[in-house]
Design a protein around this ligand. Structure first.
Ligand code: CTP
Ligand code: MN
Ligand code: MN
Ligand code: MN
Length: 373
């Protein structure tokens, strides 16, 4: 009996960074439902609830087959009462009324639409909803003050809400690499974020830039940005200087993922590949737009911090959060995108590769394609 029972019960490790999570999973109806509730909590700035649903979602993503009955989930970590209730409803009735009601709710729809504008976060969206703004038309007509990012976001709303393809990411990579090498020969450009995890599409394209000689990367980004701008590739950009000091590093909130690298959040003007053919055959009326706007993030790291930056910017967001929670709670270490600090030895642990960081943390190495928690 005991053997029978254990065969039917799932088991997964507690932390997402101990699990191999591929892009595909066997429980998408359940994970998509929990993802809606997580997103709704995040949009309402209920961070604790958001994390709880994300963790539950990630546990289901890691299961080796579809869940058939609730009892199989006995003993799994991170499945709270609320998540279990959602799973139960879906297993029994095919849908969760709470999830369906959330998807239909005017507030959820408005928060999603408004935060879909680049530069608009949950706080701003909430303030606008309080002013009676639920859609883009109402936003245009009631005209609250928009900062430059939001103006650009609104102007390119449609383009920026179209998924970016891998081919587009690679095309942008070629453009950025050419400019980076022109400014600093020997510099290295790495595709990070969701595309490094193997996602076929993304909401933006993320790149990490470094140079094998420490210090050579200083001052690089403003030059790259101004060259890209002069060549007509940037519709918007905001560059932030590096503010990292090792002595100050000890992240006081190990759960926060803010880092201090020099970075640029931008909107790229990407020419369509099929442009010439389409425009040629089309005369003057209603010619298709020959370019599209794409969100691009550039981050610069000194080579000594490169492995940490690479690990920290590859994601997924939950995987990162779980790595930091593991480091803090299980190892008395503090992990950031800059460094790993051992609070018992009072020292920084150096690493030249992601593999070395996992080893310092006593974790089995998980490749990017299996960090899709
Ligand atoms: N990140 C970060 N600091 C920020 C923004 C993002 O460290 N200020 C990290 C995130 O934790 C994530 C990675 O950078 O690990 C990429 O973030 P993002 O582009 O938002 O997400 P993706 O996983 O790339 O997903 P998408 O395909 O939607 O872009
Ligand atoms: Mn991304
Ligand atoms: Mn990004
Ligand atoms: Mn994601």
């Amino acid at each position: 009996q005991q053997d029978n029972e254990s065969e039917d019960v799932f088991s997964v490790p507690n932390y997402a960074c101990q699990r191999r999570t591929t892009l595909q999973n066997h429980n998408t109806v359940l994970t998509e439902a929990l993802s809606i509730l997580a997103e709704n909590a995040e949009l309402n700035e209920e961070d604790g609830r958001g994390i709880a649903f994300r963790r539950a979602e990630a546990v289901l993503k890691a299961l080796p087959r579809a869940v058939r009955k609730l009892t199989e989930l006995k003993g799994l970590p991170c499945l709270g009462e609320h998540s279990l209730r959602i799973i139960k409803d879906i297993l029994e009735k095919g849908v969760s009324s709470e999830v369906e009601a959330t998807k239909q709710s005017e507030r959820y729809k408005a928060l999603k639409l408004l935060t879909g504008i680049f530069g608009v976060g949950a706080k701003t969206a909430d303030r606008w909803i309080t002013m009676g703004i639920y859609n883009l038309q109402q936003l245009q007509s009631s005209g609250p003050t928009l900062n430059q990012a939001q103006q650009a976001g609104l102007e390119h709303y449609e383009d920026l809400n179209q998924p970016v393809t891998r081919a587009e990411a690679d095309h942008i990579g070629e453009i950025v690499r050419r400019v980076v090498l022109c400014v600093l020969p020997g510099a290295q450009l790495t595709l990070i974020g969701g595309f490094r995890r193997g996602k076929p599409t993304g909401h933006d394209v993320d790149f990490l830039i470094t140079h094998p000689e420490e210090g050579r990367e200083v001052g690089l980004l403003p030059k790259v940005v101004s060259l890209l701008k002069s060549q007509g590739f940037l519709l918007y950009q905001k560059t932030t200087k590096n503010s990292y000091l090792e002595s100050e590093d000890r992240p006081t909130q190990p759960s926060s993922n803010m880092d201090r690298f020099e970075r640029c959040f931008s909107i790229f003007r990407l020419k369509s590949h099929q442009e010439s053919a389409e425009v040629r055959g089309n005369g003057s009326e209603s010619r298709p737009k020959s370019w599209r706007a794409v969100r691009v993030d550039l981050v610069v790291s000194p080579i000594s911090q490169f492995a940490f930056a690479l690990l920290g910017w590859t994601g997924s967001k939950l995987f990162e959060r779980e790595l930091r929670r593991w480091a803090g709670h299980e190892k008395a270490m503090s992990l950031s995108s800059h460094a790993l600090y051992d609070t018992k030895q009072n020292s920084y642990l150096r690493a030249a590769s992601e593999e070395e960081i996992f080893a310092h943390l006593d974790l089995e190495y998980i490749p990017p394609s299996e960090r899709n928690a």
